[in-house]
Ligand binder design. Sequence first.
Ligand code: HAM
Length: 426
Amino acid sequence: MSTFSAPKGTYDLIPPDSAAFLAVREALAAPLRRAGYGYVETPGFEHVELFSRGVGESTDIVTKEMYTLTTKGGTRLALRPEGTASVLRAALQANLHRAGNLPVKLWYSGTYYRYERPQAGRYRHFSQVGAEAIGAEDPVLDAELIILAADAYSSLGLRGVRLLLNSLGDRECRPAYRAALQEFLRGLDLDEETRARIEINPLRVLDDKRESVQRQLTGAPMMRDHLCEACKEYHERVRELIAGAGVAFTDDEKLVRGLDYYTRTTFEFVHDGLGSQSAVGGGGRYDGLSEMIGGPPLPSVGWALGVDRTLLALRAEEVAPGAPASADVFAVPLGEDARRALFTLVTALRRAGVAADFAFGGRGVKSAMKSANRSGARFAVVAGDRDLAEGVVQVKDLASGEQAPVPLVDAVEELRRRVAGSSPTG
Ligand code: HAM
């Protein structure tokens, strides 16, 4: 233990859990690569105004949760609390939308920062894999993204992920709905903070988790009943397309996301094994965001999936994500000459694409074999002076315990063949 520990609300990713984390991140991104999304990476911090304008001046993320700083030159920056505003900013800055090939489809993976009250599944530093399809208004695109996320979860073997779906309308129909909702909410018995919210962001009141509030919301006007014809039809098409792809969903008319940029399609993937922080991913359409940050009209849709929470969901279901063993072959030398010979062999194995590790530190054979077993390797390669004199190494199958000599000159090829032929460990 050192004098320091990781800051509150953060945690270190260390082996063996880190391997599962990488496997989850890879699995969440794999469907996007197959669907024509290109990788984008943006800075960890941006101008504060990008988020206050983009995510919304009245959201918790902007008012309470951003880590902000002022540089020595007086520039106000914020650690990114989410990826959408940054990715859209980057696409606009690089003029990707002008290349005449819309939508621009991008995916990303990174860490995000929110000064939230830490609890199980809620961190101040967390990871997302995200996707944004910029510059097209097409229900097929919304459906594509939802299906890709659902496929990503099922590729991990998760069975308890549920999809909640809603439409938040557009600039045609939302203002009238907002006014109707405000009128209803003003008649309720609510605390001061919630009353203030009615005036700034009334839809968020629908999302209030308190029983005392939920009870009073019976009979509240719902967006569903106020959608204009175009929004209604758009939503119906999205629903048909995802149902047609075999993705189950629940209509959730109270689903309001914590970011202000959403229009029309909004959705959340939830898992019931996670306690109160049940959202493993979420997203939706944000047709007005580009204009809000100074760009041209670019209707867009996207999502972000939480890597940390997906890993917790896998644990809750007791599914082991396919974390690969750290080595396929583990070398155990007995004596100084063997150390040299087996280190050469390990280097050659790695160059031949075989994951190989070595018993470092000149330990006894017992402790070296323990390391071999712990590494998850399929084979141990053991050699002493007598083996080397005979030009062989002993190859031990760690699963069956069988051991046989293999000529040192053939060892790379033989092990490569056996590793490829053995069932993969992950
Ligand atoms: P979000 O719902 O704020 O959406 O975050 C997406 C996911 O990130 C959540 O469902 C959750 O799994 C994870 N997440 C969020 N906050 C935390 C936290 N404090 N600790 C651990 N995990 C967390 C967005 O960020 C939007 N940018 C999604 C989007 C993309 N919409 C359109 N395009």
